[in-house]
Design a protein around this ligand. Structure first.
Ligand code: AMP
Ligand code: MG
Length: 404
């Protein structure tokens, strides 16, 4: 059996980053992957401006008298452009351009307005006080976004604020999905005896919708050699990656194996993980291939642990972060057999002492999906570890946005 780390390393070593790029207007680029370092064409702010409503002053004027006349006004978008006579201040609003020669802005709460229209400054301001300097936020030439970052509601407005209207992105990865099995019925149709609903294709579709992918749904394949071959040939013509579920475990593997070996180089792995274990990975003539196990929980866990990073690599999402791992106290005993790495469905919380605690949720069988809905993390138990006693520390992996 292969460890999950070996399987993942092998996959990532083989999978290439995308070569092509396309350019999109910002409004269409959300959730796409940035295909070049983005360099700021301007300073932000682009001019010195006031951080307060108040008065722009020259310290030399205040050194002579704390009472000054008012030379004029500066508004955001409408700079002061009158003559700034000695011994005067400029009334200024937040965001307005700082008049040339000003040393500081004094907030209006700290001045006294006199009946004759002059203002008296209670304190001597500090040099540069309440002035936001040009380039303080972003300097012209700064790299504001790196290749391989996802474009989000945080990064896209930053680009907008720099006047950047278009962004280079990697093309969406084309992913063909299909389920295999004579027993499968599409969700929404009546079930006859011995049949089950095709959960996996639905799950995989939902997960792919959260990734920079275009989904090509090839439906359900009956366990028929000729149909199999035809479907794979079609799928690889249209897709960069083909994801199947079912038919990779012992018994069925031979049949899937013959065809996939005819069409490319696919490894049928037994991965030392639970749930999971059977998993196929390789290359068809024209597309990459991932074969998930049929059990719905195994399919979801292997997708999350193995296919998610693979898709990140293929779609150029080089800044993708593997799900964070934390340490938590097991609040109850956990059953664990030595030999495989377990990904138990868990629920974690912060206890009264501020520590993380976790418990396993429901029955951990790989065919039981129901426990998943109560969970918010995986409890990751090392292959060599046996049963866990309440109070021991375990590793948890809070679900990332894929399982939100
Ligand atoms: P297999 O890997 O094809 O031997 O399937 C293992 C188990 O998962 C069997 O009980 C299948 O009926 C079930 N299974 C396979 N594909 C699906 C699917 N798309 N949705 C739900 N269950 C499935
Ligand atoms: Mg099957």
């Amino acid at each position: 059996m292969l460890s999950i780390e070996q399987a993942l390393n092998e996959m990532l070593a083989q999978l290439p980053a995308p070569q092509q790029t396309e350019t999109l207007p910002l409004s269409q680029a959300s959730q796409r992957i940035c295909a070049a370092d983005i360099i700021s064409p301007i300073n932000v702010p682009s001019f010195d401006n006031s951080a307060m409503d108040g008065y722009a002053v020259r310290l030399a004027d205040l050194a002579q008298s704390r009472t000054l006349s008012v030379a004029g006004k500066a508004f955001a978008g409408n700079p002061f452009n009158g003559e700034w006579l000695p011994q005067s201040a400029v009334r200024i609003m937040t965001g307005a351009m700082i008049p040339a020669g000003a040393d500081a802005v004094v907030m209006q709460e700290n001045v006294q307005l006199n009946e004759d229209g002059t203002v008296t400054f209670n304190e001597m301001p500090k040099l540069g006080q309440n002035i936001r300097r040009a380039g303080e936020d972003v300097k012209q030439g700064d790299v504001v976004l790196k290749t391989g970052e996802k474009l989000t509601a945080l990064s896209l407005p930053l680009l907008a604020s720099l006047g950047i209207a278009e962004v280079p992105v990697f093309p969406r990865l084309k992913v063909a999905i299909l389920s295999t099995g004579d027993e499968l019925v599409p969700v929404g149709e009546p079930l006859s005896s011995g049949k089950i609903y095709d959960t996996n294709r639905f799950t995989v579709k939902l997960l792919l919708e959260k990734l920079p992918c275009e989904i090509l749904d090839f439906g359900i394949l009956p366990d028929d050699e000729a149909l199999f071959e035809k479907a794979f040939l079609q799928a690889q013509e249209q897709a960069d990656l083909v994801i199947t579920s079912g038919g990779v475990s012992v018994g069925e593997a031979d049949f899937t194996k013959t065809i996939l070996e005819k069409l490319g180089t696919v490894n049928f792995w037994k991965i030392a993980m639970k749930p999971g274990k059977p998993f196929a990975f390789g290359k068809l003539e024209k597309a990459w291939f991932c074969g998930l196990p049929g059990n719905p929980v195994s399919a979801l866990v292997t997708f999350y642990q193995l296919v998610q990073p693979a898709i990140a690599k293929l779609s150029g999402y080089s800044q993708w972060q593997a799900p964070q791992q934390l340490k938590a106290i097991a609040s109850e005993n956990l059953k664990k057999g030595v030999g495989r790495k377990d990904f138990q469905r868990g629920f974690y919380w912060v206890n009264a002492q501020g520590q993380l605690e976790v418990k396993a949720v429901g029955f951990q069988g790989s065919h039981l999906f129901s426990a998943f809905i109560e969970s918010n993390c995986f409890i990751v138990l090392e292959a060599e570890r046996g049963n866990v006693q309440a109070g021991e520390m375990v590793t948890i992996e809070p679900f990332n946005e894929l399982l939100d």
